[in-house]
Write a protein that binds this ligand. Structure first.
Ligand code: 5GP
Ligand code: ZN
Length: 114
């Protein structure tokens, strides 16, 4: 956790444009946006990836989706739509080992995989 870049953002050791924060969850702008709106929503608890989820995390994950909805509304894309992506593991291209939900919006996404 000490060298986890997202834990450092949580501890305000490195800067980020924070759009939401409470005691369990923080949301900030992605440093390298893949869409006009690209926000990362993460639990403050250091969960390395989706496969590390524990039973006790179930409510937290539900809460993350509620925050994602609120962020979409605040960004004005609740009606137009948005995409949520979680990359898990190397085949999915997960680069940062701290569970994060990508909220992408502001463009029409053509390259649907599923
Ligand atoms: P992954 O590929 O692991 O699903 O996504 C990691 C995301 O974190 C990438 O979209 C990348 O741009 C973003 N990212 C990596 N380092 C930083 C950082 O220091 N600050 C911010 N705001 N985003 C970061
Ligand atoms: Zn972390």
């Amino acid at each position: 956790m000490e060298d986890c870049i997202f834990c450092k953002i949580i501890k305000k050791e490195i800067p980020a444009t924070i759009l939401y924060e409470d005691d369990e969850i923080i949301a900030f702008k992605d440093i390298n946006p893949a869409a006009p709106i690209h926000i990362l929503v993460i639990p403050k608890k250091h969960i390395p990836s989706l496969v590390e989820l524990e039973k006790e995390d179930e409510l937290l994950i539900g809460k993350i989706y509620t925050i994602i909805n609120k962020l979409a509304e605040a960004q004005g894309v609740k009606e137009s739509g948005y995409r949520v992506i979680v990359n898990c593991g190397k085949d999915a291209g997960q680069e940062v080992g701290h569970l994060h939900f990508h909220l992408l919006a502001g463009a029409k996404f053509g390259d649907k995989i599923v």
